[in-house]
Design a protein around this ligand. Structure first.
Ligand code: NAD
Length: 503
């Protein structure tokens, strides 16, 4: 799409969302273009002014009403998530529960984190009262992915609203119904602030329209390739961007680790949601003494899991057929590069059909795509390393740096290893432990993106600090006046020099 809404006449009015599990249609949504997006942003701007002017306590009460509505509709929301992504209902329920935790935290903590706080003025400006307050940016454009279509974008939406902004949300074209429901719930819970959250639907062009709509910040979650395109669009107007991209997360297993606990966590971290988790486990580095034993325990557990269109499936289908091709390429290339298939192989990935059964690989060469690129499927590579140092080196060698985990019975040693990892979040003796702690910031670096959602940093991400000084009395020597005699100025400078040389 270029400067105008040139495709308005030719683009289809709607698009159909199909269940990845069955191929059946599960929804029909409008394709919004530049004009519709611009209107949503305009409405949001009006809403933002009224919302930002509210006392913080009122915003909190409104957001808690929205949370109550979301909790009351938990099953309906989970049903929509499950229908659009194909994930088991129980997983969708867990996603809503996690989202409620975060919304609760954001609503209850925004005032404490963002309100005006005094800072020391220092000797030079002792006559000033200084403070800083974090003010909302205005309208935030949120572009979301499909793998956790509620939890992930709400890491931006909930925190941006709590910080006093309005939001226009473009969910993934695979999961628009979840986004529509979210905005409807807010509109009915908080009817007095129409336009506070608007969901616009469509694919890449709709996302691009939002990035160039003049919003005050874009919060993007998706692949690094798309992040680059969004960043290029944002660059034109210097619109700030927060980018939550993929991961190639590593788990380190030390010689003294509880191997049953580690295997259990690795299997869940790698296979839940069919491996379509940005902070899922994709690489495992186990020290040589425990490698074989860990592999055996992982295979035992993973081999017992059920997937497919069955009621006891622990994970669902691949949501995007294009990703299935990536998963197949990674597994085939790893085997061609000399990896060992401990469970499953390329036959686990059907040529047609979306259900991929678990694949556990060992001894995968470090330069094979299964070790360097995000696989985003139910595949895990378990490599042996000579030492924890080697594990840390290999974990840190990835261009991605989102999250990681460490297993060691010695919790202190585990935490010390965590401190050496180039990752935005690390769990010791669990996987994804940080995801359920709303006070913890989340985000990565390198190919995993930049900026933070969640926690106090996640609230501040949707604000700009404003510094204010209030002069309480005239300074003895005014350094910001042309009328100050040169001798007084020199005396002040001499005093400052003396101080800084001796303190
Ligand atoms: P994607 O990059 O294909 O799409 C993400 C969103 O961007 C979608 O809404 C899409 O419509 C939109 N989009 C596509 N092209 C665009 C363009 N040119 N301009 C503007 N918007 C555009 O990603 P996906 O396949 O939906 O999500 C999977 C990816 O997201 C994985 O890499 C995963 O690791 C990552 N992810 C990261 C996190 C995190 O918090 N770090 C969380 C979940 C998913």
């Amino acid at each position: 799409m270029t400067g105008t809404d040139q495709d308005a006449a030719t683009r289809p009015a709607t698009f159909t969302v199909r269940s990845p599990a069955t191929g059946d249609p599960v929804g029909e949504h409008p394709v919004h273009g530049l004009e519709e997006v611009a209107r949503a942003v305009e409405r949001a701007r009006t809403a933002a002014a009224g919302w930002a002017a509210l006392p913080a306590g009122h915003r909190r009460a409104h957001l808690l009403r929205w949370k109550h509505a979301l909790a009351s509709s938990l099953d309906a929301v989970a049903k929509t998530i499950a229908a659009e992504t194909g994930k088991p209902h129980g997983d969708a329920v867990l996603e809503v529960v996690l989202t409620l935790e975060h919304l609760n935290w954001a609503a209850r903590n925004a005032d404490r984190v963002l309100r005006r706080r005094r800072v020391r003025s220092g000797l030079l400006a002792a006559n000033q009262r200084s403070s800083v307050v974090h003010r909302p940016l205005g309208v935030i454009g949120v572009i979301g992915p499909w793998n956790y279509p509620l939890y992930t974008p709400m890491g931006s939406i909930g925190y941006a609203l709590a910080a006093g902004n309005a939001v226009v949300f473009k969910p993934s074209e695979h999961t628009p119904g979840t986004g529509v429901l979210l905005a409807e719930l807010l509109a009915s819970a908080v009817p007095e602030h129409a336009g506070l959250l608007t969901t616009v639907t469509g694919a890449a062009a709709t996302g691009e329209a939002l990035a160039r709509s003049g919003v005050d910040k874009v919060a993007f979650t998706g692949s690094p390739g798309t992040a680059r395109k969004v960043m290029a669009v944002c660059a034109r107007s210097l619109t700030p961007l927060l980018a939550e991209c993929g991961g190639k997360d590593a788990t380190i297993v030390t010689a003294d680790a509880d191997l049953d606990a580690a295997a259990d966590a690795v299997v869940w971290g790698a296979l839940s949601n069919a491996g379509q988790t940005c902070a899922g486990v994709e690489r495992v580095y186990a020290v040589r003494e425990v490698h074989a034993s860990l592999c055996r325990k992982v295979v035992e557990r993973a081999g017992a899991l059920r997937t497919g269109p069955v009621p006891d499936a622990v994970y669902g289908p691949m949501t995007m057929s294009a990703q299935t091709a990536v998963v197949r390429r990674h597994v085939e290339q790893a085997l061609a590069d000399g990896a060992r298939a401990l469970l499953g192989d390329s036959a686990s990935i059907p040529a047609s059909g979306a259900f991929v059964t678990p694949v556990v690989l060992a001894d995968v060469p470090e330069d094979s795509p299964a070790m360097t690129e995000e696989t985003f499927g139910p595949v895990v590579a378990i490599n042996a390393v000579a030492s924890v140092d080697e594990a840390v080196r290999r974990a840190n060698a990835s261009p991605y740096a989102l999250a990681a985990s460490v297993f060691s019975r010695d919790r202190r040693a585990g935490a010390a290893i965590a401190a050496r990892l180039r990752a935005g979040a690390v769990s010791v003796n669990s996987v994804l432990g940080f995801a359920g702690v709303p006070a913890l910031p989340f985000g990565g670096s390198g190919e995993s993106g930049f900026g933070r959602i969640h926690g106090a940093d996640g609230l501040r991400a949707f604000t700009a600090p404003q510094s204010v000084t209030v002069q309480r009395f005239a300074p003895p020597v005014n350094l910001t006046s042309f009328s100050t005699p040169a001798a007084a100025r020199e005396r002040a400078v001499a005093a400052a020099r003396w101080l800084h040389r001796h303190h």
